[in-house]
Design a binder for this molecule. Sequence first.
Ligand SMILES: Cc1ncc(COP(=O)(O)O)c(C=O)c1O
Length: 396
Amino acid sequence: MLSWEQSPSVAMMRQERAWVEVNLSAIAHNVRQLRSLLSTQTALMAVVKADAYGHGAVTVAQAVLQAGSTWLGVATIPEGIELREAGIQAPILVLGANHTPDQIRAIAHWKLQPTLCTPRQALIFAEVLATLPQHSPLPVHLKLDTGMSRLGTSWQEAAAFVQLVQRLPNLTIASVYSHLATAEDPNQSIAKQQQQRFETAVVQIKACGIHPPCLHLANSGGTLSDPAFHYDLVRVGLAIYGLYPAAHLKTTLALKPALQVKARVTQVKTISAGTGVSYGHRFVAERELQIAVVAIGYADGIPRNLSNQMEALVRGQRVPQIGAVTMDQIMLDVSTVPDLQEGEVVTLLGQDGNQSIAADDWATTLGTISWEILCGFKHRLPRIAIGQALPDSVNR
Ligand SMILES: Cc1ncc(COP(=O)(O)O)c(C=O)c1O
């Protein structure tokens, strides 16, 4: 019997099967690139919701803060608490809506900054905060709907909303913001209409004598497409991770994708012509093939709809995936790779030699967006951080 010190731990097994590699130098590079687009008056919020788009929220948050982002954005309170528990002290905006007394108490306790979307929500916040031991006013961010038709008070009612919050005790207005629906569209007419509505709302707010200390509107698309969308703060998700919201925005900055997905070969075998592969025999070999079984499947986040439609990189070569993607494994046709061995590493997304496979490639095949691909990798895949947020010379 092995003692517990000798027994292999889950931590030791992290690169035994399949994993997500997260390059912190790439994330830091992307932060610096984004900052180079912004004037000194504009702060950068890194949106690290959904476990930093699948990259690992705490590691990414630490990296972006070191690289020059000053704000963090999350969708939920537990996402904010995870960052606070890791010792992160930067301001954290909760982008989602919260109304219950428990949520409000958690926000106050963890010093998170909520989004208020309606007058009713603001009244509930004031009422619950009044029951808590004395504390300084809670900074709140007021959300306007300028055309996304998601969260927020209509831009036409902005002035009344902001005036109401201004009068409430225990709350202080930290910002007024809105969200663009079509920022990555080459045709900017809807984004410009939203901006116009935002501007009109701000004029009306200021006419009541209220001057919000911070205004913000832009996501990655808005940040990359037009400095007029930048205001005092930009809320950037996708571009932090090195992806572009649309192909035409690739010329704006040189971003580096931070995420790679890798897995190991667990068996190599020869199959003869006419042999079916995987469930349903959706692939049948037309000739003798050398195939590799690779330890990653749809329970790890490889979309089953990519079956027979994806490639992988093996020793810098592209090889086709064959047959249905199964829960834990996929098969590759490795006939062009001589003498492939069990244990060798396969790249499903990322770069190997001068070949690369991007989240955008999968998104195109699947008719979806790269955001969804990044968020699709499950927690069964350990996140392995490589590189560092600060250059060597700064760390020393
Ligand atoms: C309110 C808000 N701001 C900013 C972002 C970041 O968006 P992107 O990943 O396109 O930069 C999101 C993400 O969906 C969001 O919901």
